[in-house]
Design a protein around this ligand. Structure first.
Ligand SMILES: Cc1cc2nc3c(=O)[nH]c(=O)nc-3n(C[C@H](O)[C@H](O)[C@H](O)COP(=O)(O)OP(=O)(O)OC[C@H]3O[C@@H](n4cnc5c(N)ncnc54)[C@H](O)[C@@H]3O)c2cc1C
Length: 620
């Protein structure tokens, strides 16, 4: 793959007459020396010390968030990342010279609002680019000219767009938004605290019981925050009902249904237009080896609308400079307080004392770094099946971690193009400048939910979809600095591709290129000329996502977001509170509550739990 990109890149330089841009100018793509220097500038010393109060394994955004909170509380913290670049799945990488890609995650919404403020991310360089409109679905129909559906924050305009397909749906849409917004607000308080420790409630010491009781607060608060009063109010802004608790109780049966049902059932209750239902259903299956007909897909949809951007609930936007710029801002916030952050430091063991307590880590280069607490941002599978001796863990715990469903349908393709795609439904202007729909999530093969189901079914037989679900984004439409002038970066989030192909065939270059060609053929049908505009491509199948980013099975969330793997059960029942069976070892990444996405919640919550224990240890 790398060879492929380099060859393409040489072609690009010839076509554009460019010199080789120096990718190491990008903060998030620094050599370890430069990284040390840059962070030293921000207040951290560059030398790895032999002892810290806390060590964080992995500099994904959650690990960095955890480090920033620990250091802020006066806990001397080091972060050790195995890759050459910080951010885990929230990185910017220059795969094709001159083109900066958000190589894995590409859109921001879920990051908890407290984190922006508490870590002063704006001061540390974070700039977000909200999108309005935000969703564009071009529709190919055999007997009529191409149409499209554009959704944005202007409700009247959005209703006019929906009315092209169904007047009835246009009328229902504001109420649907308010309904979903109410449920999201009800769940909101659960995200910022550990799940209730039921084991401690039942049989813990007095101290543990009191602590567990305190954790009940968010559960009781859930549902009493921000319920919609007036269904005509768009739910994407904050609305508060005069009696939110009662509103929740009234809606409880319907909310229960959304959490547990297939999203197709819920959407059929609200709407009749297939392009609208398919567009909304994409959020319910994104990252999940699930069809819109799979029970529980409703929760996945909620997970994708529970964020906010600049105070607007459910809004998604780009990060200026790509997702790596967010990780860089968090790293700067941690370093400015004195945290030490290192790239190219692979942890190969958690060091345990005679009493079984975590006492630090051993690096691949043989260096031992001691600490009082260890937080792991790596997946539960890496943390507990690779970094800790199995005999130190309860058998049933190991079994639960092994059993976690990590199947992933996602292949991400990052594409460098020399012009903007021109869609049949809304052709480009003569000057070739971005039009409003170019900033959107562009949904292809979304003419109906049956297409998403068909694409899923093929993958269950070990075949990549022949007509995949495609979310196409062009961040350079809002952030031109990501690509050379006139050129663009295109992000293709596609599914369904099984991790293991039928007959045990490998995901070799031939299989990867064949799938990417299928995706490109689909795009060509909506936007003729796309294939000719391609300069370079970076194809990341589930095995690639596992190899490069350490995502188990390529799962973008460190483990499926199915109901049996959430809240009390994430990563395993009785271990959902960030503590692990190894005293002093905590999980602080997406494999812990509340799960995947660029949320920072797991990092923030885990830091608070570790901090509590650290303070107790100090007084003992
Ligand atoms: C293709 C793709 C698209 C996505 N799109 C979006 C999106 O648009 N918006 C969104 O909100 N979410 C998106 N996600 C999900 C989101 O990116 C992840 O859930 C989130 O970034 C995970 O963050 P994390 O910090 O928990 O873990 P990670 O980002 O996985 O970080 C873990 C870190 O630990 C390091 N590590 C592992 N083992 C070791 C070791 N032994 N020693 C040292 N370091 C180690 C890894 O290298 C990595 O840097 C996407 C994910 C993918 C893969």
């Amino acid at each position: 793959m790398a060879g492929h990109c380099v060859a393409m890149a040489a072609g690009l330089r010839a076509r554009l007459g460019m010199g080789c841009p120096s990718c190491c100018l990008w903060d998030w793509h620094l050599s370890p020396g430069l990284l040390g220097a840059r962070l030293a500038h921000a207040g951290a010393a560059g030398q790895l010390q032999r002892e810290y109060d806390a060590v964080v394994i992995g500099a994904g955004h959650n690990g960095l968030v955890a480090a920033a909170y620990l250091q802020r509380a006066g806990v001397r913290t080091a972060v050790l990342e195995k890759r050459h670049v910080l951010g885990g799945a929230a990185v910017t990488e220059e795969i094709v010279p001159g083109f900066k890609f958000s190589r894995a995650s590409y859109l921001l919404s879920l990051l908890r609002p407290q984190i922006y403020a508490e870590l002063e991310l704006q001061r540390h360089g974070l700039r977000v680019l909200p999108r309005d409109p935000y969703s564009f679905t071009p529709v190919l129909e055999s007997r009529r000219p191409p149409r499209s559906l554009l959704l944005g924050h202007d409700m009247a305009q959005t209703q006019r767009q929906i009315a092209q397909f169904s007047e009835k749906d246009a009328q229902a849409y504001p109420e649907y938004e308010a309904f979903m917004g109410g449920l999201v607000s009800a769940l909101d308080p659960l995200l910022d605290a550990p799940p209730v420790d039921t084991a401690a409630l039942g049989q813990g010491s007095l101290f543990q019981r009191l602590r567990a009781l305190r954790a009940l607060q968010p559960l009781l608060r859930s549902g009493t925050s921000g319920m919609p009063g007036d269904p005509k109010q768009p739910c994407r802004s904050h609305t508060t009902s005069p009696s939110p608790g009662l509103a929740l109780v009234r809606q409880l049966p319907r909310y229960y249904e959304v959490l547990t049902a297939p999203i197709s059932k819920i959407l059929d209750q609200w709407f009749e237009s297939e392009p609208l239902k398919a567009t909304l259903a994409t959020d319910a299956v994104i990252g999940a080896m699930a069809s819109p007909h799979t029970p529980g897909s409703g929760y996945v949809l909620l997970h994708h609308v529970m964020g906010e951007l600049e105070g607007r609930r459910g809004a998604w936007g780009y990060v200026a400079g790509g997702m790596g710029a967010l990780s860089q801002a968090i790293a700067c916030a941690a370093a400015a307080r004195g945290a030490h952050i290192f790239a190219e430091k692979m942890v190969c063991h958690v060091v345990l004392g005679k009493d079984g307590q975590a006492q630090g880590v051993l690096l691949q280069d043989g260096t031992e770094v001691r600490s009082k607490v260890v937080l792991s941002n790596a997946s539960p599978q890496i943390t507990f099946l690779e970094l800790v001796p199995q005999e130190q863990l309860p058998k049933d715990f190991v079994q639960r971690i092994r059993q976690t469903d990590t199947r992933s349908p996602v292949t991400k393709i990052n594409v460098a193009v020399d012009r903007l795609p021109s869609f049949l439904a809304v052709p480009n202007a003569r000057d070739g400048r971005p039009l409003p729909h170019h900033q959107c999530s562009i949904h292809l093969n979304c003419e109906g939910t049956h297409l998403l189901h068909q694409a899923f079914t093929e993958a269950t037989h070990g075949r990549p979809s022949s007509r995949p679900m495609i979310e196409l984004c062009i961040p350079s439409a809002l952030d031109p600095g990501l690509a050379p002038q006139g050129c663009h970066v295109v992000s293709l989030f596609t599914q369904y591709t099984p991790s293991v192909l039928a007959g045990g065939q490998p995901w070799d270059e031939q299989a990867k290129n064949a799938y990417a060609d299928t995706v490109f053929d689909c795009i060509e049908a909506y936007a003729p000329g796309f294939k000719a505009s391609v300069i370079g491509r970076d194809i990341l199948t589930p095995p690639d996502l596992e190899r490069i980013f350490g995502l188990p099975g390529g799962n973008i969330f460190h483990g499926g977001m199915s109901l049996d793997q959430l809240y009390f059960a994430r990563p395993a029942p009785s271990y959902s509170g960030y503590r692990s069976p190894v005293p002093g070892l905590y999980l602080c990444g997406s494999g812990a509550h509340p799960g995947g996405g660029v949320m920072g919640a797991a990092g923030r919550n885990a830091a608070q739990v570790a901090l509590e224990d650290f303070r107790r240890l100090r007084w003992q």
